[in-house]
Design a protein around this ligand. Structure first.
Ligand SMILES: CC(C)[C@H](C(=O)O)[C@@H](O)C(=O)O
Ligand code: SF4
Length: 465
């Protein structure tokens, strides 16, 4: 019998075109692009007189800099306007399909690619964006690449990589009610730290993972990068196939049957060895929130702000304006952001709307919902979620990265504190001096109602509909 292999080994080996100097040249099945990391690459191709090798395996969207508070008007920010025009021109010149701002297919690149069925098990997917790790949820090997690598992929449809090591994170026990994919990944990050995955590709395993929806798997893989890993992966199963079936880019008819048979082989063989293994029991966990300025600085919502253990943690507390011993549930907030490629899919908006329904956002709190794609926006409107948010006092926006990164006009003021469903709480991430607490959509929604970080289950008992 051949050597047992991990899921990652199987996908990697299938894509090696050639090797030299400990580097493998990998074939790329799909290349995703956005307006921020593409201009340089297109310029490089233009200067060298090279065409895009496989425009049919490349798509681009506008997400980071697009306005979300208005559509069909000239873009007010000149820098954003220029980036957007540049992407339009480059896409046209190089024959790459683009989903521009205002079009019905536009959205955050990591939301629209899965939504169209582009991401399929066993693929190698790259994008000049760190959160490309999202797509590992499908059993694809998906990772972010640098700007010069974007040019290389455009020109050759391949990428040179050193093979990362293998790490397993196995979730055991029973997931408590009210604990979401977001809580699980915050909990995992708090255990492994921001460097726990460095040099590795993490495979998430165990029954807890098998029971998660595709949306929750995407949330977990999305934030894998915050643990320093190159990528996160989850073996495809019936949940994956169910999600993909009939999506525009998915194989159809006989091709579908054939693909599913192949995809079923994409799992780690019994006896395969990982370089590093972490086992996490999830039985006793609660919703998780961050208190500091890294996604790993997180605690249970029932806990207190911790006593700092080193100068970094001291600095984080100072930046966050928090004192040790203060209950997390007493931390007052000024803003709530429900959005980002971590948590802006229909299921996320449903979870938040479920908490908000019939209640009102606390006076003085600015709360916005930014759907991950225009498709999510339309669907949420059709099923009445948008009305629930608007009636409660949320702003209902068009799709984009928005307050996740503050590269458009959505930024917070210095000192403002936000409960955010995004993935990064670094200093200044949501605006200079702004403070970010990473939370799940349900916790964000409950926090909007309470005006402070809140556990949705307790909020429901305190605030009538
Ligand atoms: C702008 C882009 C390169 C960046 C990334 O790589 O992740 C952004 O999406 C982010 O989330 O910080
Ligand atoms: S939503 Fe946030 S994390 Fe995701 S791609 Fe946009 S800026 Fe990056």
């Amino acid at each position: 019998m051949s050597q047992p292999k991990t899921l990652f080994d199987k996908v990697w080996e299938k894509h090696v075109v050639t090797s030299s100097d400990n580097l493998d040249l990998l074939y790329v099945d799909f290349h995703l692009m956005h307006e921020v990391t593409s201009p340089h690459a297109f310029r490089a191709l233009r200067e060298m007189g090279i065409k895009v090798r496989r425009p049919d395996l490349t798509i681009a969207t506008m997400d980071h800099q697009v306005p979300t508070s208005y559509l069909n008007e000239p873009v007010r920010d000149p820098v954003a306007a220029e980036q957007m025009e540049t992407l339009m021109a480059n896409s046209k010149d190089f024959g790459v399909k683009v989903y521009p701002w205002g079009s019905e297919d536009q959205g955050i690149i990591h939301v629209i690619a899965p939504e169209k069925g582009i991401i399929q098990p066993g693929m190698v997917v790259v994008c000049g964006d760190s959160h490309t790790s999202t797509h590992g949820a499908f059993g694809a090997l998906a990772f972010g690449i640098g700007i010069s690598e974007v040019a290389h992929v455009l020109a050759t449809q391949t990428i040179r990589q050193r093979k990362p090591k293998k790490m397993a994170v196995t979730l055991t026990g029973k997931r408590p009610k009210g604990v979401t994919g977001k809580d699980l990944i915050l909990y995992i990050l708090q255990i492994i730290g921001t460097d726990g995955g460095v040099g590795h590709v993490i495979e998430y395993r165990g029954d807890v993972i098998k029971e998660l929806s595709m949306e929750e798997r995407m949330t977990i893989c999305n934030m894998t990068i915050e643990g320093g890993a190159r990528a996160g992966m989850i073996a495809p199963d019936e949940t994956t196939f169910e999600y993909l079936k009939d999506k525009p880019f998915a194989p159809k008819g006989e091709e579908w049957e054939k693909a599913v048979e192949e995809w079923k082989q994409l799992h780690t063989d019994e006896g395969a060895v990982f370089d590093k293994e972490v086992v996490v029991d999830v039985t006793d966990i609660k919703p998780f929130v961050t208190w500091g300025t890294t996604p790993a600085q997180a605690v249970s919502i029932d806990s207190m702000v911790p006593v700092p253990r080193d100068p970094n943690e001291e600095r984080a507390l100072e930046y966050m304006g928090l004192a040790p011993g203060m209950p997390m549930k007493e931390v007052k907030i000024d803003a709530v952001f429900i959005g980002s490629c971590t948590n802006s899919r229909l299921e996320d908006l449903r979870a938040a709307a479920d908490v908000v329904k019939g209640r009102k956002v606390k006076e003085g709190v600015k709360a916005i919902v930014v759907p991950g794609s225009m498709k999510v926006k339309r669907e949420a409107e059709e099923e009445g979620l948008a009305d629930i948010f608007v009636n409660a006092g949320f702003e209902w926006r068009a799709s984009g990265c928005s307050l996740c990164v503050g590269m458009n006009e959505d930024v917070l003021e210095a000192g403002q504190r936000c409960a955010s469903t995004s993935n990064r709480n670094f200093e200044g991430r949501q605006g200079k001096g702004a403070r970010t607490h990473l939370v799940s959509p349900a916790v964000a929604a409950a926090s909007a109602i309470m005006g402070k970080l809140a556990d949705p289950a307790e909020m429901a008992k305190e605030v009538a509909r």
